[in-house]
Ligand binder design. Structure first.
Ligand code: SAM
Length: 314
């Protein structure tokens, strides 16, 4: 099978713009060798439809590029494609740089809030490792919070830089998570995407079929994903609309709010909601990964003057 993860057009600072260097990754994690083979193009690759192979590749990437030596997720939980996740972090860095004389602000004084940190803790890992930022990560699932906590505690570089907070009401996004005196330079989110469990299952099945080019009866998930991770009532539109509405209440706690929007057709509903809550600015940034295009929508309630004041603390 061709190296499906070899993607063009990732952010220029993304470490994963080139083909995976398997010999180098194997040096970081010898176990990866068990899954690497020469494909029909004579290139080294792994079977991207094999969940164990994908998990092991992720461990090797995290060890090699992000200095994460201990990383695991509970069985069946979302195993993130790291190149795409890293892109979001690099675009956030560009957004912050724009308000900072085009210099990316580094270090733990820059604080992000990851809505739906998941069991894999991926965004805080990349943001902390590449830019030294600190994070709070929220989730409605206890098991995900426990898993992310375990990852943080097992890696010295993350310890003390990432805090997990359990969201006890799944109807809430920021309420119950942002404390009165919290200040976040950005919030980010990879929202649950599908409207129902059936839709999520069908989506996973399609993904595996595309990877294997074989008819699949039941999706044995390579990138995994438990129910809460992949779907919520109303899908990504409903989730993001709630997020936008609640963000207004925390207008002065956060500089930039942001979220991924997977479906282009959903943008109009999101813009309608933004027009309703009237932030000071909003914009959409396109992310390209091979054929796949997704987007980040960002918004802020801070005036230009408030923005200037805000960055004085960076
Ligand atoms: C698509 S997964 C993203 C996980 C991880 N950030 C990643 O990118 O791989 C969405 C996550 O949002 C969580 N979630 C769902 N509703 C939530 C809410 N109201 N507040 C916080 N997290 C929520 C899910 O439990 C899940 O972990």
């Amino acid at each position: 099978m061709a190296d499906k993860e070899h993607k063009k057009n990732l952010h220029p600072r993304n470490f994963h713009n080139k083909r995976y260097d398997f010999p180098q990754l194997i040096q970081s994690l010898p176990k990866l060798a068990d899954y690497v083979f020469k494909n029909k193009y004579d290139d080294l690759s792994i079977d991207f439809a094999d969940s164990k192979a994908v998990l092991t590749l992720n461990k090797a990437i995290l060890s090699h590029f992000y200095n994460i030596k201990e990383w695991s997720i509970p069985n069946g939980y979302l195993c993130p494609p790291i190149p795409g996740r890293a892109d979001y972090i690099h675009y956030i860095a560009d957004i912050l740089a724009k308000s900072n004389n085009n210099k990316i602000p580094n270090g733990s004084k820059i604080k992000g809030l990851d809505i739906g940190i998941g069991a894999n803790c991926i965004y805080p890992i990349v943001g902390n490792s590449v830019y030294g930022w600190s994070f709070v990560g929220s989730d409605i699932e206890k098991k995900s919070i426990e898993s992310s906590k375990k990852i943080i505690e097992s890696n010295d570089s993350l310890n003390g830089n990432i805090e997990c907070r359990l969201q006890t009401n799944s109807d809430n996004i920021f309420t119950g998570i942002i404390k009165k005196d919290d200040k976040f330079d950005f919030t980010l989110c990879n929202p649950p995407f599908h409207k129902s469990q059936e839709e999520a299952q069908a989506g996973s099945k399609r993904k595996v079929q595309n990877l294997t080019k074989q008819v699949v009866k039941k999706a044995s998930l390579n990138f995994g994903g438990k129910s809460n991770e992949l779907w919520c009532k109303g899908g990504e539109v409903a989730f993001i609309k709630t997020m936008i509405k609640q963000s207004k209440k925390y207008a002065k706690n956060c500089f930039w709010f942001s979220t991924i929007v997977s479906k282009k057709d959903n943008l109009r509903f999101i813009y309608d909601t933004l027009d309703y809550v009237k932030p000071m600015e909003y914009k959409t940034i396109q992310m390209k990964q091979g054929q796949k295009i997704s987007r980040i929508v960002i918004w802020t309630f801070l005036s230009k003057e408030e923005q200037r004041q805000w960055v004085k603390n960076w």
